[in-house]
Design a protein around this ligand. Structure first.
Ligand SMILES: *[C@@H]1O[C@H](CO)[C@@H](O)[C@H](O)[C@H]1NC(C)=O
Length: 340
């Protein structure tokens, strides 16, 4: 079966290196996900080698692992860019990685590289948070861990020497991709209702955030077989993450859906950047989210890359993976300038 209709294409032109990496990734994760909603962690870890932090600058960025609470494996990898010392304040990005809530960690090779790239190119300190994974830990563990990292930063004082003196806690951004984008949203909601001592969230960067719902959207149907995400995979991730017995209209997944009771208009929700890819099955939900923020009177900007697949940002060989950092940079500069 083939369709010559350009607007209905379901796969973009991709370099063979990307195709190969994607095929391997899908093969491995599918082999580790079991139909009884458990994960073969031993097998998955074999294909997810970890890298150590590097206090010696690597590509102009040094990194350190900071423990928050060993009991719940809460820690983060801190990335510090070598910016000139006369910079009086450096913004901080609290970053939540993707992986369907079920895989990856800040010391995974791809996540480590991405966070370092954010730090170098955005001239920001990046706090890449390790949150516990599903299905061993389900909702709301990931949100609690994500918010826990913010509260920890809020309590950092001069006796905690891991932050450079020009790190500016009043210039914090939340960023997350895919499941990390979903996490970022829920942390941003909690943060807008919380009285921080020093932390101030000035922006939220939602990179292809993972939202769901019972009713299928047009883009979910069109890209139901991928690339990268398929309905079978996303349904599995929701099953592994949401409380047992709940459906995809759970407010964690369908954040403005029929079972959600979220009126964002009254919240001090941060200015938001929404990043959308034209070959991402999640794009319709991301557009609805953008519309809802706008309707609620929030500052929100959407950037779209027509040729981008889900998780494009993880492939430096793709043009869009550079473009998105430029767009993030513009967004951050604008937010920081508005604050004077
Ligand atoms: C799920 O399946 C795996 C492999 O077949 C099995 O080892 C495991 O005990 C099962 N777990 C549950 C909770 O059913």
């Amino acid at each position: 079966m083939s369709s010559s209709n350009q607007t209905q294409r379901i796969s973009p032109d991709l370099p063979w290196t990307v195709r190969l990496l994607l095929a391997a990734h899908v093969l491995i994760t599918d082999a580790c996900r079991r139909s009884n909603i458990t994960i073969n962690r031993r097998l998955l870890n074999l294909f997810d080698p970890k890298v150590s932090p590097s206090s010696k600058p690597h590509n102009g960025v040094s990194s350190f692992d900071i423990n928050i609470d060993p009991l719940r494996h809460l820690w983060f990898r801190l990335f510090i860019p070598m910016v000139t010392s006369d910079v009086s304040s450096i913004p901080i990005i609290i970053y939540y990685h993707g992986g369907g809530f079920a895989s990856n960690s800040p010391n995974s090779i791809a996540i480590n590289s991405l966070a370092r790239r954010f730090s170098r190119r955005l001239k920001a300190i990046v706090v890449s948070v390790n949150y516990r994974l599903a299905p061993e830990h389900r909702y709301p563990t990931q949100y609690d861990d994500g918010f826990g990292a913010l509260r920890f930063l809020d309590n950092v004082d001069n006796t905690n020497h891991f932050l450079p003196s020009n790190a500016d806690l009043s210039q914090c951004f939340i960023a997350g991709d895919s499941a990390g984008g979903n996490l970022g949203h829920h942390v941003a909601v909690r943060a807008s209702e919380y009285d921080f001592k020093r932390v101030k969230i000035v922006g939220f960067m939602a990179i292809q955030p993972f939202f769901g719902g019972e009713e299928r959207t047009e883009s979910e149907i069109r890209f139901s077989e991928g690339p990268v995400l398929s309905l079978k995979r996303t349904d599995w991730f929701w099953k592994a993450f949401l409380p047992e017995g709940s459906d995809r209209d759970h407010p964690a997944s369908n954040v403005f859906g029929p079972k959600a009771d979220l009126d964002i208009s009254g919240l001090k929700f941060p200015a938001t950047l929404m990043v959308v890819g034209g070959f991402d099955p999640l794009q319709d939900r991301q557009r609805s989210y953008y519309e809802e923020l706008k309707r609620s009177g929030k500052e929100v900007k959407m950037v779209e890359y027509p040729n981008a697949i889900h998780a494009f940002y993880a492939f430096p060989m793709l043009t869009e993976s550079s473009l998105v950092i430029n767009d993030m940079n513009d967004f951050m500069e604008k937010q920081l300038a508005q604050r004077g």
